[in-house]
Ligand binder design. Structure first.
Ligand code: NAD
Length: 461
């Protein structure tokens, strides 16, 4: 992979920042033109993107299209359709004390934003935030993850060909390049990745008082109760867990299942694995691979300490790890303490559904929480008594298909949100404006003060 010389990073960022000050990017026409160009880039280079994703993660073609290319195309479609409306001033009411006046909120570009992407969805996690940042009228510096080297290289090659180079650039590289980037004063940083680096990003941003959106991960739980439709639940859990070989921030990390359901659920999950990937999963073109040796070693190490019920087959050369199920894992093991981020699915068996919420609450707040049930009382309890970035009832990561739902974590799983209009708002400054009328100017607020004036003000407020 090529890397951008650290010496030129400051200069490149300054160049983009200079363009941000020209206000060209604030125009609706510029925003729409750039969004259409992102779309063109994806459509005209679909095969190259699919090939890059295959080289990086052995992503199957359909998965690459739906979760990366198609996902970004649908964000663009939604954004282009609504952008004019989102950009309009938003009138708000004015209280009596400030009358006569008009009050409104004007969304404005922040300036120049930095997007630091992660490797697991290298196209979605760079171009998705890019769409929101452009929509909000910003200049953008993109730093794709070096671990998905082919995708990073492709973005670095194509973005300058399709987008306005004055306002949008790609910096390629790893820690040194990101460190250099983080020394620059940005107007916003959106980082996707793990917690440890998020702390580095946030402390670097603090030096410039740069606001951050941190899209992190965590252990996303999935509850299956005795009323759940097991056939449907198993298909949806299997799809959410084994897409991208489990390397999805919102994949169900572990299941919590009522003991009476465990055997049936495991059997049905096994049947779904066979139905999805056939008898020889390793040769299936529809199942991905682990990104690199370090992650492969981390994941296979988890298996050495657990009784594996389903799967467990591995191949170090191709970094293959079969869809794997572990029942009753040791709660103190690394598997149950760290985010798995791979194709291993532990199942915690419980005797009563009431035990599920305390198990979830012992751990840091997760990015997503899933619940398979037909019991609306349980649904209400789980939603109201737990904290997580997002919830999906009776499905897994399907909630991501709705651009009207803000996406982001809470606590250790992140801060800030994007997708759809929320992404537009994240990358906008919502400027408050009040315009007062001159035809009347009550003297209540002006000195000299008096008991009467104070009394009237107290009534008006
Ligand atoms: P990663 O290794 O690709 O790192 C992310 C980015 O940080 C990269 O661009 C990398 O260059 C940069 N980076 C790495 N080390 C750095 C350092 N020392 N200083 C500065 N920058 C540095 O990704 P990762 O951390 O392995 O990502 C996996 C994590 O991301 C998981 O926890 C997952 O749940 C989370 N994730 C979250 C989302 C989301 O949308 N919330 C999406 C995908 C992944």
């Amino acid at each position: 992979m090529q890397t951008t010389s650290t010496q030129t990073i400051e200069e490149q960022v300054k160049h983009v920042q200079h363009y941000a000050r020209t206000a060209v990017t604030a125009e609706l026409d510029w925003r729409i033109a750039q969004l259409q160009q992102v779309k063109r880039m994806l459509i005209e280079n679909e095969n190259a993107f699919i090939q890059g994703l295959h080289q990086d993660l052995a992503k199957p073609k359909q998965e690459a299209w739906t979760t990366e290319i198609g996902y970004v195309l649908s964000e663009i479609k939604h954004t282009v359709k609504h952008l004019k409306k989102w950009m309009k001033p938003r009138p708000v009411s004015t209280p009596l004390v400030a009358q006569p006046a008009k009050s409104y909120i004007r969304p404005e570009p922040l300036g120049t934003v930095l997007i630091i992407g992660a490797w697991n969805y290298p196209i979605q996690l760079t171009l998705g935030p890019l769409v929101a940042a452009i929509a909000a009228g910003n200049c953008v510096v993109i730093k794709p993850s070096e671990l998905a080297a082919h995708s990073s290289e492709l973005l670095a090659k194509l973005i300058p060909q399709y987008l306005d180079n004055q306002g949008i650039c790609v910096i390629e590289g790893a820690v040194d390049e990101t460190t250099e980037l983080l020394q620059q004063p940005f107007d916003h940083i959106l980082y996707t990745g793990g917690e440890a680096v998020a702390k580095i990003v946030m402390s670097a941003a603090a030096k410039h008082l740069t606001p951050v959106t941190l899209e992190l991960g965590g252990k996303s739980p999935c509850i299956v109760d005795s009323t759940a439709d097991i056939e449907v639940a198993a298909a949806r859990i299997a799809w959410s867990k084994w897409t991208n070989a489990g390397q999805t921030c919102v994949a169900p990390d572990y299941l919590i299942v009522e003991r009476s359901q465990v055997d049936k659920l495991v059997d049905t999950l096994k049947a779904k694995i066979s139905a999805f990937y056939g008898k020889s999963i390793e040769t299936s073109p529809d199942y991905g691979r682990i990104i690199n040796q370090a992650h492969y070693q981390r994941l296979t190490h988890y298996l050495t300490e657990q009784p594996v019920l389903v799967g467990g087959q591995v191949n170090p050369e191709s970094r293959y790890i079969a869809p794997t199920i572990v029942v009753d894992p040791n709660p103190d093991s690394a598997l149950m303490q760290e985010e798995i981020f791979g194709p291993i699915l532990p199942i915690i068996c419980i005797d009563q559904i009431a035990q599920a919420i305390p198990i979830i609450k012992q751990k840091p707040k997760p990015l997503a929480l899933y619940l398979f049930t037909q019991d609306t009382e349980l649904e209400h309890k789980v939603v109201s008594q737990t904290q997580s970035g997002n919830v999906c009832i009776n499905d897994g990561m399907m909630f991501l298909a709705n651009p009207s739902l803000p996406f982001g974590g809470v606590g250790n799983s992140g801060m800030g949100q994007y997708h759809g209009k929320t992404g537009f708002d994240t990358f906008s400054h919502l400027k408050s404006i009040m315009k007062r009328a001159n035809w009347i100017d009550p003297v209540l607020r002006y000195p000299p003060f008096s008991k009467l004036k104070l009394g009237l003000i107290k009534r008006l407020l």
